[in-house]
Design a protein around this ligand. Structure first.
Ligand code: IPD
Ligand code: CA
Ligand code: CA
Ligand code: CA
Length: 267
């Protein structure tokens, strides 16, 4: 196994076990609000601390970017660990058992290693660039839909960015007339892993953060799926406006979305 994948898996499992244990003891979970509709718990923070501790032990020189701690610069800026200790915090707080741990390693800006771990189902999604994507060791290939007909699409509502509510709803309405149905699962990292697994045919969301999609993007790509911004480019790396799915589905999604994009969503 790629040595950094070994460490990423160890950290994801350790954090996942902590999250699963706390899921059983809701009285020990303390939720607070970071911003409008934006929640965090003591478990997010403790999971992140565990992950950072494990990475630091093997790679003290690497840089770490983590949702709750921000950037922890190492002497080696070229290697960056991008961490979401608990993706799906709102589900976790509501005791809706769908959330994940997401860890990616970027080398000179390119993601090399990715792990998304669902502790409630013990599902470990992994990828190494150029070596395919796996779920618990089995190769993933993504959906083989030919167009939007009959597809299930995943999305996330822009609940922190309500200025995008109208164009977002218009995009959903337009896609909805062409696909079979939508899912809003509450974990973007798992949405992307599910694209890789073919559990959904496509996915889109506005304004994701690097830690939401860094690992899921590589896992989706390594399954043969396409990941891009709303115009088919690579601006999602900075805007977080992201579309993913099998290449034919993404092409159909982009064509359908095109007329509904506000200027901000073209970035
Ligand atoms: C959130 C989840 C959710 C998505 C949000 C993310 P968090 O991450 O991925 O599905 O819709 O955009 O912020 O805050 O639970 O780590
Ligand atoms: Ca969060
Ligand atoms: Ca997240
Ligand atoms: Ca999070």
């Amino acid at each position: 196994m790629h040595p950094m994948l070994t460490i990423a898996v160890r950290a994801a499992r350790k954090a996942g076990n902590l999250i699963a244990k706390n899921y059983e003891t809701p009285d020990a979970v303390e939720a607070s609000q970071k911003g409008s509709n934006d929640f965090v718990t003591n478990v997010d923070k403790e999971a992140e601390r565990l992950i950072i501790e494990i990475i630091r032990k093997s790679y003290p020189q690497h840089t770490i970017v983590a949702e709750e701690s921000g950037e922890l610069a190492g002497t080696e800026q070229d290697v960056q660990w991008v961490i979401d200790p608990l993706d799906g915090t709102s589900n976790f707080i509501k005791r809706l058992p769908h959330f994940s741990v997401s860890i990616a390693v970027r080398v000179k800006g390119r993601t090399e290693v990715a792990v998304v771990y669902d502790p409630m189902r013990n599902e470990l999604f992994t990828a190494v660039r150029g070596q395919g994507a796996q779920l618990n060791g089995y190769r993933l290939r993504g959906s083989n839909a030919r167009d939007l007909d009959g597809t299930i699409l995943a999305t996330g509502f822009p609940f922190k960015l309500k200025q995008h509510a109208t164009p977002y709803i218009n995009i959903v309405a337009k896609l909805f007339t062409q696909c079979a149905d939508f899912r809003r699962t509450g974990s973007a990292a798992l949405d992307l892993a599910y694209v890789a697994a073919g559990r959904v045919d496509g996915f889109f969301e506005i304004g994701l953060k690097p830690w939401d999609f860094a690992a899921g993007e590589l896992i989706a790509r390594e399954s043969g799926s396409l990941v891009c911004d709303f115009t088919g480019g690579h601006n999602h790396l900075t805007s977080g406006n992201i579309v993913a799915g099998n290449p034919r589905v993404v092409k159909a999604m982009l064509a359908t979305m095109r007329d509904e994009l506000s200027e901000a969503l073209k970035r």
